[in-house]
Design a protein around this ligand. Structure first.
Ligand code: ADP
Ligand code: TPW
Ligand code: MG
Length: 570
């Protein structure tokens, strides 16, 4: 072989990473290019993977995470070493917190230099930095381990409770050469990455017994139920038992919000009065008052369906834990469910109906009030009507008032179409989620963004324009975080901490990239703009002027603000 004529064909780390992703059906990479992964992005594109290049790694990571949520395959985010890696980490941590399957692959610098802290280019101990924020963190140290490393990352991301996996790829490994035969043999196709996890039969009968004894049962659907894609069985269980249900925000649309058994419009009454609660892929975290009084009755019995055994009894006692994947658990419940044995009391259903009607009337009045300047409700009423006629549209939503009010006003009719701030209430996911949803589905996306929320990922409108994605960004411009009318309490002329530029012409930003900008100060022009923008299937941005005084501090969760012990509240 010394003469080169009989040299065996060779491959390298770059090729093996691409081969390993393709072998496992991962077809899209969301990233930001640079040393040492630029050629990985190029090679991926040349090999038929789709590469979506972002302006910031957080957005690339958020796109990957939501792609994972929508497709049940891990979304792949590619970052450069140290700063790029860290920028992506927020999204990886957010994916883990929300249970979205994602893999962040990051190039890293020379281990020998990094470990002795000798000052390499973009030096950082990335593997250890990632550990607390990821479901798992792995490093591949040899090219012949790329196959098994990628396989391990895939299985870890999607099995059990899904989450974010960090995969460290030192530059040296990417550039290392091995024989093509050794390389090919080292690749691993993951078989059944997220196997069914069947619930124990006795847990099913126990769960049904709790519900049979109840007078005032309630079902809570969470985003774990949406993720499970067991839509038909979940609907069948809800309808056959007649139990009223409440969707958590990203579970909206799993059953339509206008379903007669949906009690979202009587939420606090339903939580407080239920005597038996079945949680389906929803955690008893802060979003559900930790399952405690005063939001909940202290004597309510809980049934919980979750894939994660340690979720049981995490906040309060669970009378009937059902550990398994939701599709299997739901199928088992349906198979065991006797006819007519679960019967919600008629007084319970009647009272819920009454309260729903009163609240619906109150909401209708707010939606038609039409104040000048426009408030959140009248802007959302206009959007709601347009979205009703475009049910294929994804809805991305972030902000405080913009989030809370939109969640209540805009009904969803299809599952997994509402993508929002999730478990952390994080700002900055908007454009990444919008891009991830548009890329994976090819469907139009409307992103309803608070003006502050938009700012965290706003530069990605260039990405949206560059890839010509059908994303319409609607900015609720009330000139600030929560409100735009706060005053500086000090002596200088600086704006108050929550204030942003009220007169900002956000629509001009997208025009810089060839997208279509609109300005809307009333519901009619908002409606016209949205209809036109959606029909065009091209990038657009609508800057909505919202009354700076219309919002409330922290939206619907102002109670979580600690009060200053020294100064009286304004
Ligand atoms: P929400 O915020 O909508 O209430 P959470 O994110 O708090 O939802 O809870 C989702 C739960 O669903 C998590 O505890 C997670 O373990 C669980 N989960 C996710 N996927 C599945 C699945 N396929 N089967 C069962 N449980 C699941
Ligand atoms: C990563 C804190 C919560 S809500 C919000 C911030 C900054 C913005 C609210 O203003 P917006 O909405 O978007 O204009 P509106 O309609 O009420 O005016 N940094 C991160 N995440 C969070 N949650 C914050 C800060 C916050
Ligand atoms: Mg605002």
């Amino acid at each position: 072989m010394a003469d080169g004529t009989n040299a065996p064909p060779m491959t390298d780390g770059f090729h093996l990473v691409v081969d390993a992703l393709q072998l496992n059906g991962l077809d899209t990479i969301y990233g930001v290019a640079g040393i040492p992964i630029t050629d990985l992005a190029r090679l991926a594109q040349a090999s038929g993977l789709r590469y979506i290049g972002f302006r910031h790694e957080s957005s690339a990571g958020n796109a990957a995470a939501i792609a994972g949520y929508l497709t049940r395959k891990p979304g792949v985010c590619l970052t450069v070493s140290a700063p790029g890696f860290l920028n992506g980490m927020v999204a990886l941590a957010n994916a883990t917190t929300n249970g979205f399957p994602m893999i962040q692959i990051s190039g890293s610098s020379d281990r020998a230099i990094v470990d002795l802290q000798q000052g390499d280019y973009e030096e950082l101990d990335q593997l250890n930095a990632a550990k607390p924020y990821a479901k798992a963190a792995y490093r591949i140290n040899r090219p012949e381990d790329i196959g098994i490393g990628v396989a391990r990352a895939i299985r870890t991301a999607v099995s059990g409770r899904p989450g974010g996996v960090y995969l460290d790829l030192p530059a040296e490994v990417l550039g290392a050469v091995v024989s093509a035969e050794v390389g090919a043999r080292s690749l691993v196709r993951v078989v059944d990455a997220a196997p069914r996890q069947l619930p124990a039969p006795e847990t099913i009968t126990r769960a049904l017994e709790v519900l049979e004894k109840a007078e005032r049962p309630l079902i809570i659907l969470g985003k774990g139920a949406a993720y499970a894609q067991a839509d038909d069985d979940i609907r069948a269980f809800v309808e056959r038992t007649g139990i009223p249900f409440l969707p958590m925000s990203m579970a909206k649309g799993l059953l339509p919000d206008d379903h007669p058994q949906c009690v979202a419009a009587a939420r606090s009454y339903a939580l407080a009065q239920a005597d038996a609660v079945m949680l389906v892929g929803a955690r008893l975290n802060w979003l559900l008052g930790h399952g405690k009084s005063p939001q909940w009755s202290p004597t309510a019995q809980f049934v919980q369906l979750d894939i994660q055994p340690t979720e049981m009894d995490s906040n309060r006692a669970i009378a009937a834990p059902v550990v398994g994947d939701i599709a299997s658990s739901m199928a088992a419940l349906l198979a065991t469910l006797g006819k007519g044995r679960i019967r919600p009391g008629s007084a319970w259903l009647g009272e819920l109906e009454k309260r729903k009607a009163v609240n619906a009337q109150r909401m209708a009045a707010r939606l038609t009030a039409n104040p000048v300047p426009m408030d959140f409700h009248s802007a959302l009423a206009a959007i709601k009507d347009v979205l009703c006629k475009n049910p294929e549209t994804y809805l991305v939503n972030e902000g405080a008032n913009t989030l809370d009010i939109a969640r209540n006003v805009i009904g969803m009719r299809a599952p997994r179409k509402r993508l929002d701030c999730g478990t952390w209430g994080v700002m900055g996911v908007g454009m990444g989620y919008a891009i991830g949803a548009a890329v994976t589905s090819g469907q139009p996306v409307v992103a309803i963004e608070g003006d502050s929320a938009f700012g965290f990922s706003g530069m990605e409108i260039e990405t949206i324009c560059r890839y010509q994605l059908p994303v319409v960004t609607v900015i609720f411009n009330n000139g600030g975080i929560y409100r735009g009318d706060d005053a500086n309490r000090g002596a200088d002329a600086d704006p108050a901490p929550t204030v942003l530029m009220k007169e900002a012409r956000y629509e001009k930003l997208i025009e810089a990239f060839g997208g279509k900008g609109y300005y809307a100060a009333d519901p009619q022009s908002l409606s016209r703009a949205l209809v036109e923008a959606l029909a065009s299937r091209r990038p657009a941005l609508i800057n909505c002027a919202i009354d700076p005084a219309a919002g409330t501090e922290s939206g619907h969760i102002g109670n979580l603000n600690p009060q200053s012990a020294l100064a009286p509240r304004k």
